[in-house]
Design a protein around this ligand. Structure first.
Ligand SMILES: Cc1cc2nc3c(=O)[nH]c(=O)nc-3n(C[C@H](O)[C@H](O)[C@H](O)COP(=O)(O)OP(=O)(O)OC[C@H]3O[C@@H](n4cnc5c(N)ncnc54)[C@H](O)[C@@H]3O)c2cc1C
Length: 495
């Protein structure tokens, strides 16, 4: 029996394990809801709901190919043991996974079990990262070779489906996020399923992405102008190769307007960054819990101010653009890059919270959670990599520049709707006379919990005091050697 273990690859197209297994005579696909995985602090209702949507659609597609998709609730080794006792000889096919320590340890257990039981486990590469991996020097070239390879054909239709077994650990329907104790997903979350991904991709290429480069940073335009493909790439309803191939083709042949071509250029660079960041975790799983640069360990207290942390999560810091972002994130499960960077900068510099204190909560909000990108970006925005420029965002400046009319703020912080536009970014800076004349009502909106200017200055002093020491510079070189981008154009921007 050839078993395809689906993980972050919920599609049939460009799917090595499904295609290869479909060349055999007896195959099944399975998704395992692992209780220990679902209990991890970085697994949330948004992820689960997206997975369930995607599995439902995938099951229909597999049925049309006479391939059963089975759902199990149990730990992987337990499930495999049951299947082995039923089928005697099994071959396991799966994509490799780039996750944190938990998935790494689970895969080691699976490997050990396979070796003990004489089960062949064929792991297929994902094209974002290189495994085996030597060093960064040739990374970009080898990544390009990987994504340029011909994609896998659609799996072959089986002459008839194998009779699905019946085990107590199996379930007919995937369990909902409520059933597995994760609660409700975000009310305006992105829906999963390949058809959703394809629709987004088509509308981005045809229309939405035309001004991507110009509009990606503002929270007013980004929800529409960005591709919104990230959860589909993270959970694999689309493969990176499909997207990369179509984007490069469109750029060279279909798109005539210069600004549209340049937008696609920026988009393609970001696909490259995706792999660049994922490779860091693949190369050094310890970065999940430790700073890239060891001298930054202990920079911030392990347990920061609880009230600050809660105010930040709930969108009541008194800094309107930050609060609007946090509320939008909780409601939708998404933020654009600039706003993610800004809210992390605010938490780590202005509120002086350690990046590990916000890591799992943020991971659970982002439907597109991709551990390698998330961990690397968090550390970068918290200033603890030692190889990136220190960027302490001024949220008031970002607010004026990117939401000049306060449209985004008013949408998510409706308490401020009656504040005159010119004061919406700092509603407590209204001159007393105007305050009196207009009899302003801020609907209980709080005063800023910190002084942004003062806390930014203090944070920069603390970070630079470490960064500028000779020892730090030597260690930064080592981090760069291991993880830094060799592309000059990118290295300053994203390490
Ligand atoms: C603190 C922080 C945490 C983040 N966590 C994640 C995460 O868990 N998962 C995730 O996919 N992205 C993450 N990002 C990167 C980025 O914000 C998102 O990829 C992007 O907002 C997703 O929206 P989109 O698909 O419309 O992106 P687009 O702008 O349309 O970009 C297309 C694709 O390129 C990739 N991409 C874009 N920007 C980046 C980037 N800076 N680094 C790496 N890849 C990129 C993504 O796969 C994205 O889907 C994080 C950024 C920050 C600052």
């Amino acid at each position: 029996m050839h078993l395809v273990w689906l993980k972050r690859d919920l599609r049939i197209e460009d799917h090595g394990p499904l295609f290869r297994a479909s060349l055999t005579e007896k195959m099944m696909a399975m998704y395992i809801f692992e209780p220990k995985r679902m209990a991890q602090p970085d697994y949330g209702a948004n992820h689960h709901a997206f997975i369930v949507d995607s599995l439902r659609e995938l099951q229909q597609e597999l049925v049309s190919l006479n391939i059963p998709l089975l759902y199990f609730v149990g730990e992987v080794v337990e499930v495999l043991s049951t299947l082995k006792s039923r089928y005697k000889t099994i071959h396991l096919h799966s994509h490799m996974e780039v996750g944190g320590g938990w998935t790494y340890d689970r895969d080691k257990q699976v490997k050990r079990w396979c070796q003990q039981q004489g089960v062949e486990w064929i792991e297929y590469p994902i094209f974002e990262v290189l495994r085996p991996y030597q060093n960064r020097d040739q990374w970009a070239t080898r990544w390009r070779e990987g994504v340029d390879k011909a994609r896998f054909p659609t799996p072959h239709k089986q002459s008839r489906p194998v009779e699905p077994p019946s085990f107590p650990t199996m379930t007919v329907e995937p369990p909902s996020s409520q059933q597995v104790g994760l609660g409700e997903p975000a009310p305006q979350r992105q829906q999963g399923g390949r058809s959703q991904g394809i629709a987004l991709w088509q509308s981005f290429l045809a229309e939405r992405g035309k001004n991507y480069r110009k509009e990606m940073s503002s929270p007013v335009t980004a929800f529409d102008a960005c591709s919104r493909l990230s959860p589909h790439l993270a959970w694999g309803t689309l493969s990176i190769r499909e997207v990369y191939r179509v984007a490069t083709h469109a750029q060279s042949t279909l798109v005539s307007a210069k600004h549209h071509r340049r937008s696609l250029d920026s988009f393609i660079s970001r696909l490259h960054w995706r792999g660049h960041f994922m490779q860091k975790l693949e190369d050094q799983v310890e970065i999940e819990n430790h700073c890239f640069h060891p001298l930054f360990e202990g920079l911030r207290p392990q347990k920061g101010n609880r009230d600050y942390l809660e105010a930040w999560k709930e969108g009541r810091t008194g800094v309107p653009i930050v609060d609007a972002c946090m509320r939008a994130l909780v409601a939708t499960g998404w933020l654009n890059f600039r706003m993610r960077a800004m809210v992390v900068s605010f938490a780590c510099y202005n509120l002086w919270l350690d990046w590990r204190e916000i890591r799992d909560w943020l991971a659970c909000q982002f439907t597109d959670y991709e551990p390698g990108i998330h961990i690397s970006q968090l550390q970068m925005q918290a200033g603890v990599t030692g190889i990136n420029a220190i960027r302490v965002y001024n949220p008031y400046k970002q607010s004026v520049d990117l939401d000049p009319e306060g449209v985004f703020i008013m949408r998510w912080v409706p308490e401020l709707c009656s504040i005159p536009k010119e004061y919406i970014h700092q509603p407590f800076e209204v001159p007393p006379l105007i305050e009196l004349m207009l009899n302003l009502d801020r609907g209980g909106y709080p005063q800023p919990i910190v002084d942004v200017e003062q806390t930014s200055k203090q944070a920069k002093e603390r970070v630079f005091a470490i960064k500028q020491s000779l020892e730090a510079k030597v260690l930064s070189q080592q981090v760069f050697q291991r993880h830094g981008s060799r592309r000059k154009r990118h290295s300053k921007l994203e390490g």
